[in-house]
Design a binder for this molecule. Structure first.
Ligand code: HEM
Ligand code: SF4
Length: 290
């Protein structure tokens, strides 16, 4: 992101726009600077394509189980892999866009109903009857002049075993997809069955109660990234091992290190998942005031 900001400073007017389609734009780049700007993006940020293929360009995903406790599946990882595989397999008519929206649960932050194709994370069974990551498949959503709410056409499709075949049928039948000449199918990725993770990883450091009383004076001593305590609603927490995993980043927790974080924690409107997660870090009730 910093490299991208530097390029926006150099070739644009220091402005970056994050698009609802989860693409990113540098406005105000003059025609004569365009080629140099594109080259610099390709050199410095190779994983951001300036000429994405149809499905890579049209893919939108919610954050998924990497950061969200509600998610049934790893939305982003699957979205990237499926877009890549299907782009390698198919070419589309000139100018055709295909918007695939992934979302991890029925809260549908990834707006599953308005994608041309929508994929809603679900539990599914593979051919051996084991529980694996799956999706309900929606088709027919639209935005703008063709706005429409997509309808479910298939439920609980196991991603590894069947999604590619289901999408192939839809893309060929409804979006004019043609298999690229010389296309050689790559074997499907089949991951070990597992229940979707309900909990984030355990804290790296075991939480141990100190010998002395848990006073505010004691809490104040633990105010570094290597040793970080906070107080929330009269309870003391050791969040050292959580700093690197916090979805909001460690930058928002550190100003509260060794102090009372109640206002910041509750002010953020943390989910029930986040509130339950706190239990992993509890040391004990604060004694004797500040
Ligand atoms: C100390 C002050 C804290 C502040 C100011 C803070 C702030 C934030 C912010 C800004 C986000 C949103 C991230 C985003 O939308 O990208 C977030 C998310 C989150 N935070 Fe914190 N956080 C704090 C402490 C904690 C602690 C101690 C925990 C441990 C349980 C925690 C757990 C989470 C979780 C699980 C999320 C994901 C969204 C959710 O489930 O609510 N946070 N936090
Ligand atoms: S759609 Fe569900 S899983 Fe995805 S970010 Fe929203 S709440 Fe989390």
């Amino acid at each position: 992101m910093t490299a991208f900001a530097d390029i926006a400073d150099k070739y644009g007017k220091g402005e970056i726009r994050m698009m609802v389609e989860e693409n990113v734009m540098i406005p105000h780049v003059s025609d004569e600077n365009l080629e140099a700007a594109l080259k610099e993006i390709a050199d410095k940020i190779p994983r951001w394509s300036t000429a994405p293929l149809t499905l890579q360009k049209g893919t939108v995903s919610c954050t998924g189980n990497q950061f969200c406790g509600f998610s049934n599946i790893n939305t982003k990882g699957n979205a990237i892999e499926i877009a890549d595989r299907m782009d390698k397999k198919y070419e589309f008519p000139e100018g055709k866009s295909v918007r695939i929206h992934w979302t991890g649960c029925t809260n549908t932050c990834g707006q599953v109903q308005i994608g041309d194709i929508g994929l809603l994370g679900s539990k599914a069974k593979n051919s051996a009857g084991e529980q694996v990551e799956g999706v309900d498949v929606f088709v027919g959503g639209g935005i703008g002049q063709t706005s429409a709410i997509g309808k479910v056409v298939k439920k609980a499709v196991p991603i590894d075993e069947q999604l590619e075949d289901v999408l192939s049928e839809i893309l060929e039948g409804q979006f004019g997809a043609k298999v690229r000449s010389g296309y050689v199918p790559t074997p499907k990725t089949v991951r070990a069955p597992k229940n979707p993770p309900k909990k984030a990883a355990a804290p790296k450091k075991a939480v141990a109660k100190p010998a002395g009383p848990l006073t505010m004076d004691e809490v104040k001593k633990h105010n570094t990234k290597e040793d970080c305590w906070i107080v929330i609603s009269g309870q003391v927490y050791d969040v050292t091992g959580w700093l690197a995993e916090h979805p909001g980043g460690q930058g928002v927790i550190m100003p509260n290190a060794g102090g009372d974080a109640t206002e910041d924690f509750t002010g953020q409107g943390h989910s029930k998942f986040a509130q339950d997660k706190l239990k992993d870090f509890i040391i004990g009730p604060l004694e004797g005031g500040g």
